[in-house]
Design a protein around this ligand. Structure first.
Ligand code: AMP
Ligand code: ZN
Length: 467
């Protein structure tokens, strides 16, 4: 069997046939850098990472682009509220995004383009859309005319006849019931403050949807292979990306659209707006190790919602302990005569592993194959059938599995990069309180608040977390 993927465009599982034989091109909608990304966002990025790793394992030469959304309503609002430049404001969250993704073992994409570095490409796309009569300008803003694009609604399965199609919508996010001509370029408005670009389209800024169309076309070209993101991006974001890009290229934007389901907390989507989220550093502070977070977030099939439960840590530890025990068994193995049997087991389990991933990235099935291999290896050790040179064969097989799973090689430890400074401030505060130096204690506490750290005194111990 070869790789098959569920394509949201056709709502069916299809064989993966890349645009260029032997090569695979992927584009993932990256984080909006207005705050530290939460583990729900990271589940989606981990699914991209898993696919990237599996494609590489399967022998493809992979090119992966993940954009950084540094221009949208939320980044502009955040920068202006703090009175700092958009660049300075978003740099901070780009740095924390990279820190967290490295903690989780998310491999480097080939490129992380930022919207602010691609204004000319976006302006050109809007100009081309205007020439092609897919777009028009009103009061300095450009809008995509959805009735000019007969395929509008195909990805999101909208029934355009039943929907109330309104006039125009300026905001980046809106509901299906509100399908309207959407903004490609927004004329400068007082709420944008200093954030604006002077271009052939006038003074203003791009709409969010346009950013991904321009950057994916620039770096991956027409009709690239796989476009990924969370299910909430199907409408309007991806639907609008298709209209924009295809309005210019007259070719399908991407061959496969892969959407991952949400991480839930108590049955609700983990999200900033609901306030029910955890960041990677929250998890670390709750005692989770990097590999445990990765293992927990990838659990389940990517098209099924998963519920986040802090209480799940115990069973994750038990599962990971089975791998550790197997490594110890192999290390001490001093038997012989089981080489052929071991080779046989490896071949069988690796086939099961591939069959799992080939089946629309069925991670639970692939993982089960690896657990079966752990059991096989343990049995052969117990039967004293393997020793020195077989150990290397078994470890190499494990490495191949882990080149896709990515948690065995991951450090067991994960530390918040600012932990030492934060703990020093907490110590200073506690020492000042002991000495009844309230001014100093307040100063230390304010310094913590400024960094977004919340502290609580529990049973004589001060615990901290990020807001
Ligand atoms: P954003 O930073 O909001 O643009 O989101 C980045 C990515 O995270 C998008 O692909 C979203 O679909 C995805 N996402 C947002 N919330 C969740 C969640 N609770 N579970 C999984 N993915 C999510
Ligand atoms: Zn996007």
């Amino acid at each position: 069997m070869a790789l098959r993927l569920y394509n949201t465009l056709t709502r069916s599982v299809e064989p993966f046939v890349p645009r260029d034989s032997g090569k695979a091109t992927m584009y993932t909608c990256g984080p909006t850098v207005y705050a530290r990304a939460h583990i729900g966002n990271f589940r989606t990025f981990l699914v991209s990472d898993l696919l990237r790793r599996y494609l590489a394992y399967a022998g493809y030469d992979v090119k992966w682009v993940m954009n950084l959304t540094d221009i949208d309503d939320t980044t502009i609002k955040g920068a202006n509220a703090e009175g700092v430049s958009l660049r300075d404001y978003t740099d901070r969250y780009i740095a924390s995004f990279h820190e967290d993704r490295r903690t989780l073992g998310i491999t480097d994409a080939d490129l992380y383009p930022r919207a602010t570095d691609h204004i000319p490409e976006m302006v050109k796309m809007v100009e081309d859309l205007i020439t092609a009569k897919h777009a028009y300008v009103v009061d300095g803003s450009a809008y995509f005319k959805i009735e000019s694009f007969p395929n509008y609604g195909k990805l999101a399965r909208l029934n355009m006849e039943e929907l109330r199609v309104g006039e125009r919508v300026a905001s980046d996010e809106y509901e299906k019931e509100d399908v309207r001509d959407f903004a490609l370029w927004k004329a400068w408005d007082a709420v944008d403050g200093p954030v604006a670009w002077d271009t052939g389209l006038g003074k203003g800024r791009p709409g969010w949807h346009l950013e991904c169309s321009a950057m994916s076309l620039k770096y991956l070209g027409k009709g690239f292979d796989i476009h990924l993101g969370g299910v909430d991006l199907i409408f309007p974001h991806h639907q609008n990306e298709i209209a924009q890009t295809e309005g210019v290229t007259h070719e399908p934007l991407a061959r496969y659209w892969v959407h991952s389901e949400h991480l839930l907390v108590d049955g609700q989507k983990m999200s900033k707006s609901l306030g029910n989220f955890y960041t990677v550093s929250d998890m670390v502070n709750m005692g989770w190790k990097a590999r445990e977070i990765r293992y927990g977030l990838l659990a389940g099939h990517y098209r099924q919602r998963t519920n986040f439960q802090a209480s799940g840590l115990e069973s994750i530890r038990q599962a990971l302990a089975r791998f550790e025990a197997c490594s110890v068994n192999l290390e001490h193995a001093e038997g012989q005569g089981g080489r052929a049997e071991l080779q046989d087991r490896i071949a069988q389990r690796e086939q099961e592993f591939r069959d799992g991933f080939d089946d629309d990235l069925n991670y639970p099935e692939a993982l089960a194959a690896v657990f079966n291999f752990v059991r096989d290896a343990n049995t052969l050790c117990q039967e004293r059938k393997i020793g020195g040179s077989e150990r290397d064969l078994a470890m190499e097989a494990m490495k191949r599995f882990d080149s896709v799973l990515g948690f065995l090689d991951l450090s067991g430890e994960a530390v918040d990069p600012e932990a030492a400074e934060i703990e020093a401030l907490i110590e200073a505060r506690n020492a000042a309180r002991k000495a009844k130096d309230w001014t100093e204690a307040d100063r230390a506490r304010d310094a913590l608040t400024e960094r977004g750290i919340v502290i609580e005194d529990r049973a004589g111990k001060t615990v901290w977390r990020r807001k």
